[in-house]
Design a protein around this ligand. Structure first.
Ligand code: PEP
Length: 245
């Protein structure tokens, strides 16, 4: 059976309660398309959105979680709290966490462990910066991020990986077909050696838009898209969901 695409909407720090109708409209659209669809709203919207999306095909996820299960961590959110609020997935290691919050791979790996303990499905993001690509270090960077961000606990568990070149996120610059296929192939090979029984979706993220989504999703090995800016409106996100068919 060919793998269904996973089309993920990363709303980042965007969205107030007034955005709930957007989630409802996305759910309506998802009903008539083949891809799996998930929304990663700000944590404040999870319980409200959970109510709106219950019984629809759209799943909910958190954008990050703490590596501990609970305790004195002011301002943080645990994986169990995300689960309790209605999430079944969580994005970890997004470049806006790795670079904006200086999160090293080892911390990402601990967060993956916390997510699994709470029965959340992690989507682990990896990707090189423009300087690293220009210096010919892309393969080394991706391999290191895979090795150090994916803990042994993933063995036998459902998880996904998103290839997100940092220079393509929110910039309007999309990686070339060859760059995407090469990176996704590397990830697939590495995962099949490290976690032989696993069948993760390998997503591409970085300026996916209605105009390029169908093309990207048809590239060899691409198992879905992690979409930031273009996931915020139904007008832009609906054609991306349709492109996954
Ligand atoms: C992202 O948030 O992971 C992302 C890829 O953003 P954008 O689609 O805006 O580039």
């Amino acid at each position: 059976m060919p793998q269904r695409h996973l089309i993920a909407a990363n709303w980042k720090m965007n969205g107030l309660a007034a955005a709930l109708p957007v989630a409802e409209a996305i759910a309506e659209i998802a009903r008539s398309h083949a891809s799996d669809v998930a929304i990663f709203p700000p944590a404040t919207l999870l319980p409200l959105m959970h109510r709106v999306l219950e019984g629809t095909p759209v799943r909910l996820g958190g954008q990050d979680c703490h590596y501990m299960d609970g305790g004195a961590y002011t301002g943080d959110i645990s994986a169990a709290q995300l689960r309790d609020a209605g999430a079944s997935l969580v994005i970890l290691g997004h470049s806006e966490r790795r670079h904006g919050h200086l999160e090293p791979c080892e911390l990402v790996a601990r967060k993956v462990g916390a997510a699994l303990r709470a029965d959340l499905i992690p989507i682990v993001c990896i990707g090189e910066t423009l300087d690293q690509r220009k210096a010919g270090k892309t393969v080394d960077v991706l391999t290191k991020q895979l090795r150090d961000s994916l803990p042994d606990d993933l063995d036998g568990r459902e998880f996904h990986v998103s290839y997100e070149p940092v220079w393509a996120i929110g910039t309007g610059m999309i990686a070339s077909d060859a760059q995407i296929v090469e990176a996704i192939g590397l990830i697939r090979t590495w995962l099949s050696e490290r976690f032989p029984g696993a069948n993760p979706n390998i997503l591409y993220g970085g300026s996916v838009k209605p105009s390029n989504a169908a093309h990207v999703l048809k590239l060899s090995g691409v198992g879905g898209a992690l979409v930031g800016g273009a996931s915020l409106t139904v007008e832009e996100f609906a054609p991306i969901i349709a492109a996954g068919d």
